[in-house]
Design a protein around this ligand. Structure first.
Ligand code: F6R
Length: 253
């Protein structure tokens, strides 16, 4: 795992956008795995700037989002479809037919999860996957106790995730309790992964994911087994990593 240390959220976002932009220069028809939440918002802003400055082109890019709530219409402001449209897709030249987000309103959710996985495979697989991390260590909506061998599936959201995400809703009761998420196996099949973490509330899970035991109770710890992960952490999120300075040597490369 390569760890990139940056000062703050802004720098994290710029570094992530640079990596995505370089990926598109090398392979204009890249398949990107995308995340929602607060963490990647700055990266999307930077990518939009690059697009408007004619530095990148999304016309051949395909995207697959990590997850979507069940039972939220895609025009609902809290849905991840809405988030992606408003914060990224409507500002760039991506073709609508190249955008993929799980359909949490599907009548047959199991069929939807199989089809989502099949679409990823048919697209040639994910070249670059962007990840944030939950305060319980989840990636996508792979909550603690997830099976590492899971592909895209329906999940019951963890109580901690529901509490964390209540900030986007009028009340905690409105937060959906189920979602569709790429599985850990789906994520681990990506050729390259960028894990982003910013802020003090992520410090403990960043530490456990990078140096802790690899176990389903800390889903992001599985990333230690991937050959090509770049972790971009700001000062606060990395503040527990190097309490013992000798560890820094092990982590840096
Ligand atoms: C979002 C996702 C989640 C978030 C995580 C962190 O698509 O898959 O795993 O990345 O919950 O959320 P924020 O960035 O809001 O702290």
């Amino acid at each position: 795992m390569k760890i990139i240390h940056v000062d703050d959220y802004y720098e994290m976002s710029k570094r992530a956008a640079e990596i995505v932009s370089n990926q598109l220069k090398l392979k204009p028809d890249s398949v990107l795995g995308l995340a929602t939440g607060d963490t990647p918002l700055g990266m999307y802003r930077e990518l939009i700037k690059k697009y408007k400055g004619a530095h990148i082109d999304f016309s051949k890019v395909k995207t697959f989002n990590l997850d979507e709530y069940c039972n939220l219409n895609k025009n609902n402001k809290q849905s991840y479809s809405y988030y992606m449209r408003e914060n990224f897709f409507k500002h760039i030249n991506i073709s609508r037919r190249n955008i993929n987000i799980p359909n949490g309103m599907a009548k047959d959710i199991t069929k939807e999860t199989f089809e989502y996985e099949r679409k990823i495979i048919n697209s040639g697989g994910i070249d670059l996957q962007i990840l944030g991390i939950g305060t319980n260590g989840h990636i996508g909506f792979n909550e603690p106790q997830v099976k590492f061998e899971a592909l895209t599936h329906m999940v019951n959201l963890d109580k901690q995730t529901i509490r964390d995400n209540a900030r986007f809703f009028n009340s905690i009761e409105e937060v959906p309790t189920k979602a569709i998420s790429m599985g850990i196996k789906t994520i681990m099949h990506a050729r390259k992964i960028i894990l982003l973490a910013s802020g003090i509330k992520k410090a403990h899970v960043v530490y456990k994911s990078i140096y802790g035991e690899i176990k389903p109770t800390m889903p992001a710890s599985v990333l230690q087994l991937h050959q090509n992960v770049i972790c971009i952490v700001d000062k606060e999120a990395s503040s527990k990593l190097y309490l013992n300075k000798s560890i820094r040597f092990l982590g840096g490369n």
